[in-house]
Design a protein around this ligand. Structure first.
Ligand code: AMP
Length: 301
């Protein structure tokens, strides 16, 4: 399965000591691409950067991780989006964003040829955060494209990552998530985000809603409580075999997705994909930061 991931990576500044800030690069979809690659899969990352020093460093980093960059566009005279993480003494983290003029937001407007380029992939992965960065017009173009893409046999894989602050209003987010639900083949969902979007409801109801909208496979991640799934073969529950005490849960869902998709692309069955995702996520959350040191084992032999 030839796979491309669409999204945005930003400059990340997190305060380590007093007013000293550490620089990293981060974004949910990029995290997924990196873990997918580290778990032995092949993927192209689809976004726009600029021609500045930070964009070049990002590109170098992605290439060193084995993530394909042939669809990364370069919008001159701009800079990538930036966010700062403020760590409070009680461990609480606050996120502040400067992304309103980021090149990634303009990808679909400035480079409409990307739709043609994406036709060569068997599957496209995107998230709720990906959708939140585009204008309404760009999203409408993307959804028109996805309809045709699916009609021709392409598969859409969606993670419902919902960040209320990234949306103009709850209504805008709710409408958009309903639109993409009707265009999704494989749904990789966080139950917490489903509840934020649709109010308190059961996992069973959540699965039914996505199946009814046309998904052929639904995976509901529910932290250490396990994973519920449904596909054409039935409904299956998976406990978390190795519950750990997390140090930093950043990228738990993203790393799960990466390992899951690396296995999916190899044609492995649902159980193998789930177990690989769980193993990878459990390693990631016992380390600080979204991207753990490379020597951490992410693949269970
Ligand atoms: P979440 O997005 O919180 O549902 O987490 C994504 C995945 O990370 C889950 O499906 C689990 O596989 C894994 N995970 C989350 N919390 C834990 C934990 N305490 N111990 C082991 N794995 C976890």
């Amino acid at each position: 399965m030839k796979l491309a991931i669409i999204g945005e990576c930003m400059i990340e500044l997190s305060n380590s000591e007093g007013d000293l800030y550490q620089l990293n690069y981060g974004g949910d979809t990029l995290n997924t691409a990196i873990y997918l690659s580290r778990c032995g899969g092949q993927v192209e990352y689809v976004t726009a950067l600029s021609d500045d020093v930070f964009s070049n460093k990002m590109l170098e980093n992605w290439q060193s991780e084995g993530v394909g960059v042939k669809h990364v566009k370069k919008l001159a005279n701009s800079v990538p989006g930036l966010y700062m993480i403020e760590n409070e003494a009680n461990g609480e983290r606050h996120f502040h964003y400067w992304r309103s003029n980021s090149p990634a937001k303009l990808l679909l407007e400035q480079y409409p040829e990307i739709f043609e380029e994406l036709q060569e992939y068997d599957a496209l992965f995107l998230s709720g955060i990906t959708l939140s960065i585009y204008s309404e017009l760009s999203r409408a173009k993307l959804f028109d494209f996805l309809k045709i893409y699916r009609d021709k046999g392409g598969k859409v894989i969606f993670d419902n990552n919902y960040r209320p602050k990234s949306w103009l209003s709850f209504n805008e987010a709710s409408k958009t998530f309903n639109q993409i639900m009707n265009l999704t083949d494989i749904a990789l969902l966080s139950m917490e985000d489903e509840i934020s979007l649709h109010g308190e409801h059961s996992i069973e109801y959540c699965i039914e809603r996505w199946l009814k909208a046309g998904a052929s496979e639904v995976v509901v991640k529910n932290g250490p409580n396990g994973i519920s799934t449904a596909n054409s073969q039935g409904k299956f529950e998976f406990d978390v075999p190795n519950v750990v005490k997390p140090i930093d849960t950043t990228a738990a869902g993203d790393s799960f997705n990466g390992a899951f998709l690396a296995n999916k692309a190899k044609g492995e069955d649902l159980e193998k994909c789930i177990r690989a995702g769980q193993f990878c996520a459990a390693q990631v959350i016992v380390h600080k930061g979204a991207i753990v040191p490379r020597e951490v084992t992410l693949i269970k032999e």
